[in-house]
Design a protein around this ligand. Structure first.
Ligand SMILES: *[C@@H]1O[C@H](CO)[C@@H](O)[C@H](O)[C@H]1NC(C)=O
Ligand SMILES: *[C@@H]1O[C@H](CO)[C@@H](O)[C@H](O)[C@H]1NC(C)=O
Length: 160
């Protein structure tokens, strides 16, 4: 598992160097999210990850409940990057993930842990998905979650 993840991360890194546009898209998205409240996250994400203007990132995006606005403080940029998975996963795709499997994120070296893969109580990093498939198209999927994900506790395999 950790080996597969490493290969995936290095593949993403190599790709980012070869294609500046994907890297630019990621930077634009993360910048925009860093300065937006959670209730604007999905709109900002859809508008910024726009295939007409720029190179789009196939991705999954977790949007926290807006009642947690203010979360992250100085780490807000890392928080934003950690909520983006570099793979398109509709809720049906998430359901096929094994419990304890990891989803690679745009935060370098950090991944999201699937903590419960049951349809009625699917959790990532111990956080319930409250609104599965909030938005889905051919290149991205967005899901609402109860509270923000905590990369400091769950992001690194070594820490668990
Ligand atoms: C996963 O969530 C379901 C539904 O809430 C619950 O019944 C089940 O016990 C949970 N599984 C684990 C391993 O926590
Ligand atoms: C958001 O959080 C508030 C306060 O914890 C809660 O009352 C509300 O139901 C939550 N909304 C969603 C969509 O989870």
């Amino acid at each position: 598992m950790s080996c597969r993840l490493l290969i995936l991360i290095s593949a993403v890194a190599v790709f980012a160097v070869v294609s500046g546009t994907v890297e630019e898209t990621a930077r634009d998205i993360i910048d925009a999210l860093t300065h937006a409240p959670f209730e604007e996250w999905s709109g900002v994400f859809i508008a910024t990850n726009d295939r007409i203007r720029i190179k789009v990132i196939r991705s999954t995006f977790f949007v926290p409940n807006s009642s947690a606005n203010g979360y992250g403080g100085n780490d807000r940029q890392k928080v934003a990057a950690y909520h983006i998975v570099s793979e398109r996963l509709e809720f049906a795709d998430l359901l096929s993930k094994a419990s304890q499997s990891r989803l690679p994120t745009l935060l370098t070296g950090s991944s999201i842990l699937v903590t419960n893969n049951s349809g009625s109580g699917f959790t990532v990093d111990g956080v319930l998905i409250t609104e599965p498939d909030m938005f889905v198209d051919s290149f991205m999927a967005i899901h609402g979650i109860a509270v923000p994900l905590d990369f400091k506790t769950y992001g690194s395999e070594r820490r668990l």
